[in-house]
Design a protein around this ligand. Structure first.
Ligand code: C2E
Ligand code: CA
Ligand code: CA
Ligand code: CA
Length: 279
């Protein structure tokens, strides 16, 4: 039994070493990817109640030289741990602003917003506001078309500092959405102090909205809360017409999900813009 125990110890030791090696390798590859600019953005359409395109969310993709397209779930956690989220997030801002400038005609005509995801660590970083200001200036993108999605975890930090930073960006013309709403810890007292334009109902409430009475009640409550506070509300992860219809009954303003389009390269978005409204 003693020998067995020692073997097991060895086994765990080896497994842990393998995990560490894999992690270190991924970290090194991420550094190279930043250097070689292997990150791109895919864009997922957002539509209003009539099915018209009103915006898009930019979602990070890593064009890995051997593995192909790597989703953000494999990148963001380790990027946040290592601090590599700062240079990656910087590239996201630049890519999004460049795309926005390219869409200028369409975006301004249709009043489209382009939403980007920003990690807490990136938002708290001292250079963040300047990064956004510089990217907007260098690309000529219209700040009124840029929206930043923040998550509730941000609000666990120094709330006054968060509000100050948001206010600075608001004065540039940028707007804010609170992402994954309902999954975190936001206190309603904080919520009313934040200069938000939009709440985003998390996918986890939308998924079972037809079968789980609690999720349906939560979705309705978020919609009512948003409207009481003068905010727009968008539901993410809408996959079926029945889900859309139920959310629409509750008064939801906007929708995003596979029902309307998957995240895709930029040149596919205008086509979605001309897609017929769902009936
Ligand atoms: P998120 O912000 O909640 O983004 C929505 C995720 O749901 C995206 O996954 C999207 O592809 C997926 N999705 C959209 N519609 C549907 C649907 O109808 N059904 C289902 N099952 N899924 C749907 P993705 O692209 O893998 O991104 C995952 C997460 O990675 C994002 O979650 C966000 O938290 C993070 N992320 C993505 N891009 C960035 C970025 O540029 N910066 C940072 N900091 N985080 C990012
Ligand atoms: Ca998001
Ligand atoms: Ca989400
Ligand atoms: Ca999110």
């Amino acid at each position: 039994a003693k020998a067995e125990g020692r073997n097991r110890l060895c086994f765990y030791g080896q497994a842990m070493r393998d995990r560490l090696t894999a992690r270190t390798q991924l970290e090194n590859e991420l550094r190279e990817a930043i250097e070689a600019r292997q990150f791109i953005l895919h864009y997922q359409p957002q539509v209003d109640a009539a099915g018209r395109l009103i915006g898009a969310e930019a979602l990070l993709r890593w064009l890995h030289p051997r593995r192909g397209v790597v989703p953000p779930g494999e990148v963001i956690p380790i990027a946040e741990e290592t601090g590599l989220i700062l240079p990656i997030g910087h590239q996201v801002i630049e890519l999004a602003c460049a795309q926005l400038a390219q869409w200028a005609g369409m975006a301004d005509r249709a009043g489209l917003t382009l939403s980007i995801n920003v990690s807490a660590r990136q938002f708290r970083h001292a250079g963040f506001v300047d990064d956004v200001r510089t990217a907007l200036r260098d690309t000529g993108a219209n700040p009124a078309r840029l929206r930043i999605e923040l998550t509730e975890s941000m609000l666990l930090e120094d709330i006054d500092e968060v509000i100050e930073r948001m206010t600075e960006l608001r004065s540039l013309g940028v707007s804010f959405s609170l992402d994954d709403f309902g999954t975190g810890y936001s206190s309603l007292a904080y919520l009313k102090r934040l200069p938000l334009a939009e709440l985003k109902i998390d996918h986890s409430f939308v998924r079972d909205v037809l079968v789980d009475a609690n999720d349906a009640a939560i979705a309705r409550t978020i919609i009512a809360l948003a409207h009481t506070m003068g905010l727009e509300v968008i539901a993410e992860g809408v996959e079926t017409e029945a889900q859309r219809a139920l959310l629409a009954e509750g008064g939801c303003d906007a929708y995003q999900g596979y029902l309307f389009g998957r995240p895709a390269p930029a040149d596919e978005l205008p086509r979605t813009a001309r897609a017929p409204a769902p009936s």
